[in-house]
Write a protein that binds this ligand. Structure first.
Ligand code: SIN
Ligand code: CO
Length: 396
């Protein structure tokens, strides 16, 4: 499937105005944001993805399931779909752009937000009245209508914890009072900042595309970094030192922890903590470029040397970026650091333009990169990325 998308049409406003006035601030409905948009994937194809065991999927059955708002987790079988009620259910499939890689084109119009902030494209298919109930999410989302119509109701009032229905596998609000509502049709887009309560209901059969964002919690960052530090310190033995005090001297009061003892213990901890921000910065780069644990690279290329790789690229013309692998970069002093799949690759700053060209599109034409390929160092990195499955030729 070849997807050609118009650029995002935010109506009266520019992307700069969107960021200044709406992003993380207030909801925005944009009619016809992707003019002429038709769902590139059919409900049957979506159901097919939900049958694969590497793909995260859920069925939400509001009525006539085992319980009200029953949640079933994939992978599903054809029989599972055959025994569903007529209406009031939704199928949701996560990370679709990483599995059906051509659907990554749907992320492209939203890349005015940095790549590291983008989580995934989730596609839902709902039968008439299908819904996942009124709820809030703690991330930003663009809800693009793909097929049929969906009514969206929203409320910007704070959602209290005691307004959540008990004993459900879903977080659904007990009480929801809509402030605004719209019926969205294909190509219409609703932007919601985190924590805005929303309630979508299919009006007939419909498909909705959610471009969801990631925003690490401070807990997640601290936990991740300390876990990494601890792992390293265990590896090099620094965390396996046992307290020793051959210099212990008599003290009057056995309950007293002496200042000297406290200092010694404090220093043990301080010595294990980072000495410079660089160490934290590099961990952040690696962390942000990691893929979700269940999302493996899944592309195994034959191992090539640089010359063969370049010849093959020239012959194929197009090299593809594996959308399951995040490739990001930072700049510091006179170098750029490429972060890919949780690993770092420091390169001289002169390659910035080349890295940017590599990441800009999913399909990388040989001509667009030709000038960089004369450079053996840079070509070696691309060849290495190919050998690791971060890049591939289509068909594989
Ligand atoms: C849906 O597509 O049905 C749910 C999307 C959402 O509420 O976040
Ligand atoms: Co939601």
């Amino acid at each position: 499937m070849k997807i050609e998308l118009a650029t995002l049409n935010l109506g009266e406003i520019t992307t700069e105005q969107f960021l200044a006035q709406y992003w993380q601030k207030q909801p925005l409905l944009i009619r016809n944001a992707l003019p002429g948009f038709t769902s590139p994937i059919s409900p049957d194809e979506l159901a097919g993805l939900a049958c694969e065991d590497t793909i995260e999927s859920r069925l939400v059955i509001e009525k006539d399931g085992v319980t009200p708002w029953e949640v079933r987790h994939g992978p599903f079988t054809e029989t599972d779909f055959g025994s569903l009620p007529e209406s009031h259910w939704t199928l949701l499939v996560q990370d679709v752009e990483k599995h059906a890689q051509e659907l990554h084109e749907l992320i492209q119009p939203f890349r005015f937000i940095p790549d590291w902030r983008i989580d995934d494209l989730m596609i839902s298919y709902a039968t008439n009245h299908g819904s996942v109930g009124p709820h809030k999410d703690n991330y930003d989302v663009f809800l693009l209508q793909g097929l049929g119509k969906r009514r969206w109701q929203i409320s910007t009032q704070p959602v209290s914890e005691d307004n959540m229905t008990d004993n459900l596998d879903l977080c659904i609000m007990k009480e929801f009072r809509a402030e605004q509502e719209w019926i969205l049709e294909p190509g219409d887009l609703l932007y919601l900042p985190p924590n805005v309560a929303h309630y979508g209901t299919a009006v007939g059969e419909c498909m909705t595309y959610s471009i969801g964002f990631r925003a690490p919690q401070s807990y997640e960052l601290l936990h991740g970094f300390l876990e990494h530090k601890l792992e390293k310190a265990l590896e090099n033995g620094a965390a396996s030192q046992t307290y020793r005090d051959p210099d212990l001297i008599m003290q009057d009061d056995p309950a007293h922890i002496s200042t000297g003892n406290i200092e010694k213990l404090r220093t043990t901890i301080q010595d294990l903590l980072p000495k410079s921000p660089d160490e934290i910065d590099h961990w952040i780069g690696k962390y942000l470029s990691k893929s979700k644990e269940h999302l493996a690279i899944q592309i195994e290329n034959p191992h090539l040397d640089r010359a063969t790789f370049i010849t093959l690229w020239q012959d194929n013309n197009i090299l593809m970026r594996n959308t399951a692998v995040r490739i990001l970069y930072t700049e510091e002093n006179d170098q750029c650091i490429i972060y890919a799949y949780g690993f770092e690759y420091p390169v001289p700053a002169k390659y910035r333009e080349g890295i940017s060209a590599l990441c800009r599109k999913r399909e990388i034409s040989f001509d667009s990169m030709r000038k960089w390929l004369d450079d053996e160092f840079f070509a070696d990195i691309l060849c290495q990325f190919y050998n690791l499955g971060y890049l591939y030729f289509d068909p594989i």
